[in-house]
Design a protein around this ligand. Structure first.
Ligand SMILES: Cc1ncc(COP(=O)(O)O)c(C=O)c1O
Length: 424
């Protein structure tokens, strides 16, 4: 089946023709490209057209597509059986690697980042005996009811649902504050000193495009909730093991940490972890129920262990970041030459080109980007064989499988695409 045939068939099977909304290209227009296979830094559509890929499955694939050690690990694990509903050696192996690399005393494996954050919040509520959760505008923590909430009109209001089907009383248990605003966090706790169970945050935000946390914000996150008896949950689903081997290191005082993506080697995974006393509130030791038929699945554990093996010496993370730096330099040069206002924000191997002057510091400033220009740029890059995430508010991921040649090609494409954008 060719690309169009596959899209038509999918449209008759899946709402919007996809199984996760961002894949539908709604925010950039044009037709989504069905991917038949990937190899290293490339993906290939069903018509064998090749693209340099910076989507990387939205983060997990820091070694590129079909990395041989991971494929081999999955193959071997599958030969021994795909699921047992019992403890397996692979869980202990990956669990040890993660706890040693992160300092988390206990972890629990789940099947997605959504499950990890949902469970972390349940745990925080049980540990504190409180109900309110604070999140930050523009941070995404998966699609559980209480986290699909947007800010009300005031800064420190309880949230309104961002999705149909979320009951008002559930959305009303989540408060949404602006990212990078220590004063708003302080004001929230001054007004509600004893109601908040937890503050959940992406330590380096990747879901409104890439946004750097300010030192003052990081400091406030680690001081203020604790001073009021609330827990801090660091959502490192994207950043864990990408910026370095282990956690990002920017929120060392977090009480609970959520992981996903890279630790599963590209298979479905999530995990939450923290100190022993807190984590042992989970069933079967404690009263907080959480379970999963396929949690700790042997294929996932094997893929994750092979991934962490390949990352342990730090060279792959370093290489991916170095290449991302070259991509950033090239795109910035392209912006200058084309005279297009824009800003490239990068941390390690993650980067975003915002079509606005200066780096944004929160969701409001991120939204000042010219999304129409991004949509045109995205299409122009696709036409030149470069696959970028299909939204202004996603992060591009560079892998250690990219080489200078792919980065140079992507930069050349970006220069041409930016000239097109300039003439809009
Ligand atoms: C920071 C963050 N947390 C949680 C999630 C949810 O993870 P999943 O899509 O595996 O449910 C995502 C997904 O992109 C994420 O970026």
């Amino acid at each position: 089946m060719d690309n169009a045939g596959l899209r038509d068939a999918a449209a008759g099977l899946f709402p919007g023709g996809v199984n996760s909304p961002v894949r539908s290209f709604r925010s950039v227009g044009g037709n989504p490209i069905p991917i038949a296979r990937g190899q290293g830094p490339f993906v290939f559509d069903t018509e064998s057209r090749r693209y340099i890929d910076f989507v990387a499955a939205f983060g997990p694939l820091i070694l590129g597509h079909a990395a041989p050690p991971i494929v081999e690990a999955i193959r071997q694990a599958a030969g021994d059986g795909t699921a047992f509903g019992a403890l397996t050696p692979g869980e202990v192996d990956l669990g040890r690697r993660i706890t040693e690399a992160t300092g988390l005393e206990r972890i629990r494996f789940v099947n997605s980042g959504t499950e990890a954050t949902m469970t972390a919040i349940r745990l925080a509520r049980a540990a504190t005996g409180r109900d309110i959760v604070v999140k930050f505008d523009g941070c995404y923590h998966g699609h559980s009811d209480g986290l699909l909430v947007k800010a009300g009109s005031g800064v420190a209001t309880l949230g309104l649902s961002d999705s149909a089907g979320v009951p008002g009383p559930i959305a009303g248990l989540t408060a949404v504050l602006p990212y990078n605003d220590p004063a708003a966090l302080a004001a929230w706790f001054a007004a509600h000193p004893a109601d908040t169970a937890a503050v959940i945050v992406e330590p380096i935000a990747g879901n409104m495009g890439l946004i750097e946390p300010s030192p003052a914000f990081l400091d406030a996150l680690q001081r203020i909730p604790r001073a009021h008896g609330a827990l801090l949950i660091a959502d490192e689903v994207i950043t864990g093991f990408r910026l370095r081997y282990g956690l990002s290191g920017v929120l060392p005082a977090a009480d609970l940490v959520c992981l996903g993506k890279i630790i599963g080697g590209g298979l479905p995974v999530g995990a939450l972890g923290g100190r022993r006393g807190l984590m042992d509130l989970l069933a079967p030791l404690g009263p907080v129920y959480q379970a999963g038929t396929l949690s700790g699945n042997p294929l996932v554990m094997a893929a994750g262990a092979a991934m962490l093996d390949a990352l342990a010496d730090g060279r792959a993370c370093y290489r991916a970041a170095e290449l991302a730096g070259h991509l950033q330099d090239g795109v910035e040069t392209g912006l200058r030459r084309a005279g297009v206002p824009g800003s490239v924000v990068r941390r390690g191997s993650m980067l975003t080109l915002f079509f606005r002057e200066g780096a944004p510091h929160d969701y409001e400033t991120a939204r000042e980007s010219d999304s129409a220009r991004f949509a045109h740029f995205h299409r122009a890059m696709l036409n030149r064989g470069v696959m970028l995430p299909p939204s202004q508010f996603e992060t591009w991921f560079v892998s250690a499988a990219h080489s200078e040649a792919e980065i140079d090609s992507a930069v050349t494409a970006a220069h041409e695409a930016l000239r097109e954008v300039a003439s809009l």
